[in-house]
Design a protein around this ligand. Structure first.
Ligand code: PXG
Length: 453
C-alpha cells in the first residue's frame, strides 16, 4: 500500500480508541466496502447475547454472528477449552498423523447424526464442506465402477458457499454470474418459494411438495446413470429463509433412492439446534447420504466444517492395499486441534444446557413474535421455523435491496443486529435467547420497519 493511502486517514471516522486509524487495506467479504469504511460498524467484544460496538454500545445479537454462535458469546467452557488446547498442542499434521481430539469430536458428531451417518471428514468452513461432499460423491460412484455418474443437481436460490463447486450447484445469481462457466454438468431444481400460495405460513407450507417431482423430470432428461448427487439446504437460509413445503424433502429422498443418486443435505445453518433438533434431517425425518456441517459445530469460536457420510460411502473407499491412501482430498487444517477442542466443548455445552430442547420450546413464542409483525408497512411475507425468521419486504421500485439494507442500518443504530439479504431480513439468534430479549428484538424491529421508507 502506498504511504499516502496508509497515512492519509487519521481520519473521517469517529474518535474511538478501539478503531484502527486506517481501514483501507482490508477488502471485506460480502460487504459494501466503501460504505462500511465511511461508517464502520466494528464489534470489539461479546458476552452472552450481546456484542459491544466500538462506540461502546451493547448490541443484541439477533443473528448468532452469521448463524453460527448457537451457544452464545464468550461461553467460559468453550473459551477455556480453546485456551487450554493452545497451550498443549497448537497444531498436528493432518495427513498421516493425528491428534486425539479430532477423533473424539468425530465420535460425538456421528453419535448426534442420524442413524447410519457415521463418518466425519473435516474441513475449515461450510464452503469447503460442500466442495468436499461433491468430490466424495463423484469419487464414491467411481470407486464402485459407476464413473459415468458425474452430474449434480442443485436448486435455484440455494446457497452452498463460495467455492467453485458450491456456486455451481448453488442458485444465487450474483454469486455465480461473475465467475464464468462454473462446473460442467450441473442442473437446478426450481426454488420452492411462492408468495401467492404460501405467504404468512407458520412453519412448513402445505403447498409445494409436488415441486420435488421436477427432480424426476431432470433425472429422466439426463438419464439416472449420469447423475452423482442432489444437494439442497433443508431450509434455505442465506437466500432469505425458504422452508421446505410439506412432503418435499421426503419426495427428493425417494427419487434419489430409486435412481441410485446420493442425496446431500447442506446443514451448515440447519445443524446444531437451529431448528430445535440436532439436524434438519432429524427435524424433517429424512436421512440424506451425506451431510455438510460448519458454523454451529464450534459455535463459530474457531473455524471448522465437515462432511458426515453414511457408512456405505466410507466403506466403498476402504478396499485395496491397506497402506494406500483411499481418498485424495484434505486440508492442512482438517481437524485442527483448536477447532476440535472448541467443537468438543461446544457439543458438551449444547448437551449440558439442553440448548436444542430450549430452542424447540422457544419456537412457538418466537413464531408468535414473528407473525405479530403482520400488517406493518412494506411487509409482504413472514416465515419461521425453529429459531429462524424471514421477514420479506416489498422492494422499492428500481432499488432492490435498498429497503432491507436501510432497515439493517437502522436496527444496528438502535442496538439490535439483524441480517438483510436483499429486501429480506433474516433472524437466527443464539439458542440462549430469553423471551424478554425476543420481545426487545421484535419491538425495535417493528418500530424501525414503521420508519423505513
Ligand atoms: N452452506 C450453507 C447452507 C451456508 O449457509 C455455507 C454453505 C458456506 O459456509 P462458509 O463457512 O464457507 O461461509 C453457508 C454459509 C447469511 C450468511 O447471512 C450465510 C452464510 C454465510 C454468511 C452469511 O445468510 N452461510
Amino acid at each position: 500500500m502506498s504511504s499516502s493511502s496508509s497515512s492519509a486517514s487519521t481520519n473521517s471516522m469517529p474518535a474511538a480508541p478501539s478503531l484502527p486509524n486506517d481501514l483501507e487495506a482490508h477488502w471485506m467479504p460480502f460487504t459494501a466496502n466503501r460504505h462500511f469504511k465511511k461508517n464502520p460498524r466494528m464489534l470489539v467484544a461479546a458476552k452472552g447475547m450481546h456484542y459491544t460496538s466500538h462506540d461502546g454500545r451493547q448490541i443484541l445479537d439477533g443473528t448468532a454472528g452469521l448463524w453460527c454462535v448457537n451457544a452464545g458469546h464468550g461461553h467460559p467452557k468453550i473459551v477455556e477449552a480453546i485456551r487450554s488446547q493452545i497451550g498443549e498442542l497448537e497444531y498436528a499434521g493432518a495427513f498421516q498423523t493425528g491428534h486425539p481430539k479430532s477423533f473424539q469430536l468425530a465420535g460425538m458428531v456421528a453419535n448426534m447424526a442420524p442413524e447410519g451417518l457415521d463418518y466425519v471428514f473435516y474441513t475449515n468452513s461450510g464452503s469447503e464442506a460442500v466442495d468436499t461432499a461433491l468430490k466424495i460423491a463423484l469419487a464414491y460412484h467411481r470407486v464402485r465402477g459407476d464413473a459415468s455418474r458425474t452430474r449434480f443437481i442443485g436448486r435455484e436460490r440455494g446457497y452452498h458457499g463460495v467455492g467453485f463447486g458450491g456456486i455451481s450447484v448453488g442458485g444465487i445469481v450474483n454469486n455465480r454470474k461473475f465467475y464464468g462457466p462454473l462446473l460442467n454438468g450441473v442442473d437446478h431444481l426450481q426454488a420452492t418459494h411462492n408468495l401467492g400460495q404460501n405467504a404468512y405460513t407458520r412453519g412448513q407450507p402445505a403447498w409445494g411438495g409436488h415441486l420435488a417431482d421436477e427432480l424426476e423430470r431432470l433425472v429422466a432428461f439426463h438419464d439416472p446413470s449420469t447423475i452423482a448427487a442432489v444437494i439442497v439446504e433443508p431450509v434455505a437460509g442465506s437466500t432469505g429463509v425458504l422452508l421446505p413445503p410439506k412432503g418435499y424433502l421426503d419426495r427428493l429422498r425417494e427419487i434419489c433412492t430409486n435412481h441410485g443418486i446420493l442425496l446431500i443435505f447442506d446443514e451448515v445453518i440447519t445443524g446444531f439446534g437451529r431448528l430445535g433438533s440436532s439436524f434438519g434431517a432429524e427435524h424433517f425425518d429424512v436421512t440424506p447420504d451425506l451431510m455438510t456441517i460448519a458454523k454451529g459445530l464450534t459455535s463459530g469460536y474457531v473455524p471448522m466444517g465437515g462432511v458426515i457420510a453414511k457408512s456405505e460411502i466410507y466403506d466403498a473407499f476402504m478396499s485395496g492395499p491397506e497402506n494406500a491412501i483411499e481418498l485424495f482430498h484434505g486440508y492442512t487444517y482438517s481437524g485442527h486441534p483448536l477447532a476440535a477442542a472448541a467443537g468438543i466443548a461446544t457439543l458438551q455445552v449444547y448437551e449440558e444446557e439442553g440448548l436444542f430442547q430450549r430452542a424447540a420450546e422457544l419456537s412457538a413464542y418466537w413464531e408468535d413474535a414473528v407473525h405479530a409483525l403482520k400488517g406493518l408497512p412494506h411487509i409482504i411475507d413472514l416465515r419461521n421455523i425453529g429459531l429462524i425468521a424471514g421477514i420479506e419486504l416489498e422492494p422499492i421500485v428500481g432499488k432492490p435491496g435498498a429497503r432491507g439494507f436501510d432497515l439493517f442500518l437502522r436496527c444496528y443504530e438502535r442496538g439490535i443486529l439483524v441480517r438483510s439479504t436483499g429486501d429480506i431480513v433474516a433472524l437466527s439468534p443464539p439458542l440462549i435467547i430469553e423471551k424478554k430479549q425476543i420481545d426487545e428484538l421484535f419491538a425495535i424491529l417493528a418500530e424501525e420497519i414503521k420508519k423505513t421508507e
